[in-house]
Design a protein around this ligand. Structure first.
Ligand code: SF4
Length: 353
């Protein structure tokens, strides 16, 4: 595709510039005037490939309009059940398919009290959202799920937002999580529908969309994003963003991950993601989903301070905070707080509800 300026791309269908009346007349997910859910693939590819400074200008402008307070959400992530997952996600060291080569130690479900002790520590360190991940294909009703519900209630009692990622959920399970006070459910689409089969064969894209529908139906916030650096094309990145940005309403949280190639997984030899590609994904996600929290997730520890600042400039306003991301290393918390302060940003408090 020929390179075109952001304004040319944007003015083609006018997502942001001008035509205020058209924007006002659209449905307004998340109560936001101008947020669209009819993004076309050529618009998104145009944004991803636009001259970088123009893309950044536009993303920054959108970000300032919708997130004028300059707040950054600090989300802490704990693996509450590690490894032995029956799925075959090629990037994941927790898959049982690659356990022989990754050497990852499996751990059964943590005790509720131990999880809540970690949540308290995360809160003391400044986190306002506590995310809990279990390496399950899907949730099974029974004692393990009951424990997760107790964890959710306990985290909410600490006045923290609670998020879980547990694999696929039924409508009833999503409802029970909502009744326990869960704030958000994470279930990523990972990549485009077209590239998906290259990465995961044990469940379908439609399975994922169905879980997202159950989560939304239960009244929970949706946390959903993807990963770059797995061998996908620019069009795949655009299709992933299109799938996310045509959900109506948009996901409240959009984690953008850069692949961390873990030895022993099928993607161990992938080239590191070019930091500016991550900046472009963040900026484009910000323009497409103006009200969402765009979260810098896995792969952040490989970024320089300058690249992270560029991501904040591009509209990232959430980070995973804490020394570990499930099973991979994350940034030092003191470094993160110093970076946030130097950038002139502020930590977002937890939502009351
Ligand atoms: S479902 Fe989750 S834990 Fe299981 S292999 Fe895929 S990414 Fe890893």
């Amino acid at each position: 595709m020929a390179w075109s300026s952001v304004s040319e791309t944007l003015e083609t269908l006018n997502p942001i510039h001008g035509q205020a009346a058209r924007a006002e007349s659209r449905r307004e997910p998340n109560g936001a005037a101008g947020a669209r859910s009819d993004w076309q693939i050529f618009e998104i590819v145009g944004l991803l490939q636009a001259p970088l400074l123009e893309l950044l200008d536009e993303a920054r402008s959108v970000h300032r309009r919708y997130h004028a307070d300059g707040r950054v959400q600090l989300a802490s992530l704990l693996s509450i059940k590690t490894g032995a997952c029956p799925e075959d996600c090629k990037y994941c060291p927790q898959s049982a398919h690659y356990a022989k080569d990754t050497g990852l130690e499996r751990e059964s479900l943590l005790h509720v009290d131990d999880v809540l002790a970690k949540a308290r520590l995360a809160k003391e360190a400044g986190a306002t959202r506590f995310c809990m991940g279990a390496a399950w294909r899907s949730v099974k009703d029974g004692p393990a799920f009951d424990s997760v519900l107790a964890m959710v209630r306990g985290v909410r009692a600490l006045d923290m937002e609670a998020c879980v990622t547990l694999g696929m959920v039924t409508k009833d399970q999503a409802k029970r999580l909502a009744e326990a006070g869960l704030t958000a459910y994470n279930h990523n689409l990972d990549t485009s529908p077209e590239f998906y089969r290259e990465i995961i064969t044990t469940r379908t894209y439609e399975d994922r969309l169905e879980t997202l529908a159950h989560v939304r139906h239960a009244g929970l916030q949706v946390c959903c994003g993807g990963i770059i650096g797995m061998g996908e094309t620019i069009e795949d990145r655009a299709r992933l963003l299109q799938e996310l940005a045509t959900l109506d309403p948009h996901p409240e949280s959009v984690p953008i991950n850069a692949l961390v190639p873990v030895p022993g997984t099928p993607l161990e030899d992938q080239k590191p993601v070019e930091p500016l590609d991550l900046v472009r994904m963040v900026a484009t996600a910000r323009i497409l989903m103006p009200t969402s929290f765009v979260r810098l997730s896995a792969g952040r520890s490989a970024l320089s301070r300058e690249a992270q600042i560029l991501c904040f400039l591009a509209g990232a306003n959430s980070i995973f905070y804490g020394d570990k991301l499930l099973t991979t290393a994350n940034n030092d918390v003191d470094d993160d707080l110093a970076l946030i302060e130097e950038a002139g940003l502020r930590v977002k408090p937890a939502c009351a509800s």
